[in-house]
Ligand binder design. Structure first.
Ligand code: GP9
Ligand code: MN
Length: 636
């Protein structure tokens, strides 16, 4: 083969073509390397990883251009170049906003991008134009200058095929090399940043297409037997809820208050001597406050937190279950409470279709959804993402006062959302002075949200609702992403390593109501635990056995919180990206200590995924039969 190639290189026409291919690919490689190495922050830890990062674009470039040429010759090459460039840039924008990579299910959520509104201008940079200089030059050369040399450059389809085929061994080399750093890379593909570090962003997209195919097949081929391992696992892990708390809020209304992008680090913290959340700091003395409570969301963000809350199932690793699995059968909190005479509703002053809520809320069994159109939204009362929290709260309280009781109502705030902007007269404290303007503004929107919360809770306390209601306040997810680690370190005055970054994923949780003793709890828990905790307080027998959470007040809790990345915190340790830390001191400990935790996390996530991907709750009425069959088989 090589001698044939050498012979061909003696032909000047072939030689020219060869060098043009090489130049085109090298330029694209350089661009991709700039994006991967300079714009994404992929935590390159050693020279081997840096070399892998430099190597991994190559196979994808062969595949991309090979397929382009195979399909449409020279035009196909140009089309591949443009397509590849646009794809890279879309990833750049997405990464700046979410510190994550696009997946196919996310593309189906293009409607959400419209909601990015103010955020989009914040993620564009003037220098981005340089990422397209090569495209402009290519188009200019081909369509205006049309030099004879280039006109005689006619790629053959067969050459495209050869390039595409060469991509395969190149990718295998890449994968084998990557596995020297991380074994079973593709099997343990929880962390997209890691995946891109090792196989490159374009190969990641190819892999994502494969995953998509597998996902669709899962539902088609699923059957009720797949519930057996899930039920076995859950039976084995089952813990008793705290019986002293059972029914303390029987028959009461539940108000859930989801605080946008609110992290625990703001609680009891100050900026220039001023408290960031003065009202919440006092309020938390009146109820059960959980200081080691984590969000567990991924690409579905707020919607994932809602999914966790109402199902006690994990959200998905790719995309948002609110979009991809809104057609599933669920037996969620609103439905279960509905059977006990509750009315259920959810309130959020954004477009009703955002996160596909209008569809998903129906599947979850909500009776009523109050979206933007149901609030008294005017331009004067809106800013940034929309209706300011203080007005949202006051409209919401009015609505709740009219509701049939008992009710279960979820309220979702909006103002404290990236890019964290406020009208001048709502800025109650000065901006921060860290190196991140995002974090600097975040302090102000947090402070604003606290003021709005104060107005709401004080009015609520005076209302007739107060005595008959439990109030559950929690943060939906982080607001300050890993992109701002340095600034976060400046503010907290410590180095933000993997452990600290993990601990920053804590969000506040506060429950207030008669029968709930004011106390700070340090149990390790997450959003997955909300449903069983609330159901126990209400004294409701929740017959859906497919839930992964446990009562947060339980005395024999399995102290464990699993993130969607397969990381975890338990009583003693925090396991992050393969490393292990003492949970309380943050000291690094030998990896073995976390091995069982990682294994448990992986197993639990896979089981929860099997339920969602297989739409297994449609077989819920067969669970008793399955359990009987399983125990009789075990006896045999
Ligand atoms: C929008 C709100 C915020 O409706 O839920 O979206 P997020 O980006 O936080 O998921
Ligand atoms: Mn949110």
């Amino acid at each position: 083969m090589f001698s044939k190639f050498r012979k061909k290189m003696n032909d000047p026409a072939f030689k020219k073509k060869f060098w043009i291919y090489t130049a085109v690919m090298a330029i694209f490689w350089a661009k991709m390397s700039i994006v991967q190495g300079g714009i994404f922050t992929l935590d390159i830890e050693n020279a081997n990883e840096a070399a892998i990062l430099a190597f991994n674009p190559i196979s994808s470039i062969f595949l991309l251009f090979g397929v382009g040429i195979l399909l449409a010759g020279r035009k196909g090459l140009l089309a591949s170049y443009i397509l590849g460039s646009v794809l890279l840039y879309v990833n750049v924008l997405f990464y700046r906003e979410y510190h994550d990579f696009l997946t196919i299910p996310m593309l189906g959520q293009a409607a959400n991008l419209a909601g990015l509104g103010g955020s989009i201008t914040k993620i564009l940079a003037v220098t981005d134009i340089f990422l397209f200089v090569d495209v402009f030059v290519a188009v200019f050369l081909l369509f205006y200058l049309k030099p004879a040399r280039l006109q005689s450059f006619v790629p053959k389809r067969k050459e495209g095929l050869i390039l595409a085929v060469i991509a395969i061994p190149l990718f295998l080399v890449n994968l084998g090399w990557a596995q020297t750093e991380r074994t079973e890379l593709l099997q343990r593909a929880f962390d997209r940043n890691m995946l891109v570090k090792y196989i490159g962003v374009l190969n990641f997209h190819a892999y994502d297409i494969v995953l998509q195919g597998q996902t669709e097949a899962k539902k088609t081929f699923a059957d009720s037997n797949e519930l057996v391992p899930v039920l076995n696992y859950l039976n084995e892990k089952e813990t008793e809820p705290n019986s002293e708390m059972t029914g303390v809020a029987e028959g009461k209304n539940v108000i859930l208050l989801s605080l946008e992008s609110t992290q625990t680090f703001v609680v009891d913290n100050t900026l220039n001597g001023e408290e960031l959340t003065p009202y919440f700091n006092d309020l938390k003395e009146e109820g059960a406050y959980f200081s080691n409570f984590y969000h567990q969301v991924k690409q579905g963000r707020t919607s994932d937190s809602e999914f966790l809350l109402d199902n006690s199932l994990y959200g998905l690793n790719r995309g948002a279950a609110f979009f991809t699995h809104s057609g599933n059968e669920y037996e969620a909190t609103p439905e279960v409470l509905g059977e006990k005479g509750y009315t259920s509703s959810t309130m959020h002053a954004n477009d009703e279709t955002f996160w596909n809520r209008n569809v998903m809320y129906e599947s979850l069994g909500y009776d009523e959804y109050y979206s933007k159109k149901d609030f008294d939204v005017t331009e004067e009362k809106s800013y940034g993402w929309g209706y300011l929290d203080e007005y949202f709260f006051s409209d919401a309280l009015e609505k709740m006062e009219q509701m049939e009781q008992p009710f279960y109502n979820k309220m979702i705030t909006l103002t404290n959302h990236h890019p964290f902007t406020l009208p001048e007269d709502k800025k109650f404290i000065k901006e921060g002075d860290t190196s991140s303007t995002t974090l600097n503004r975040y302090f102000q929107t947090i402070r604003y949200q606290d003021e709005a919360l104060k107005q709401f809770v004080e009015k609520f306390k005076k209302s007739d609702l107060y005595e008959d209601t439990i109030l559950v306040i929690y943060g939906d997810h982080f607001g300050i992403s890993e992109n701002h680690q340095q600034a976060m370190g400046e503010y907290l005055d410590k180095d933000i390593n993997a452990y600290e970054q993990f601990q920053l994923q804590r969000v506040p949780l506060l429950m207030i109501g008669e029968g709930i003793e004011p106390k700070e709890h340090d149990t390790v828990g997450g959003q997955i635990d909300l449903r069983p905790t609330i159901m126990n307080l209400l004294g409701v027998e929740d017959e859906n056995p497919i839930q992964f959470g446990q009562d947060l007040f339980s005395k024999d809790r399995r102290e464990m919180m699993i993130t969607r990345d397969g990381d975890f915190a338990n009583e003693e340790y925090v396991g992050v990206k393969g490393s292990c830390f003492d949970r309380e001191t943050g000291e690094k400990v030998e990896g073995e200590a976390c091995a069982s935790g990682f294994k448990e996390a992986e197993e639990e996530l896979a089981l929860s995924d099997s339920v969602v991907y297989g739409d297994l709750l449609r077989y819920l009425d067969q669970t008793e039969l399955i359990e009987e069959k399983d125990s009789s088989e075990q006896q045999e």
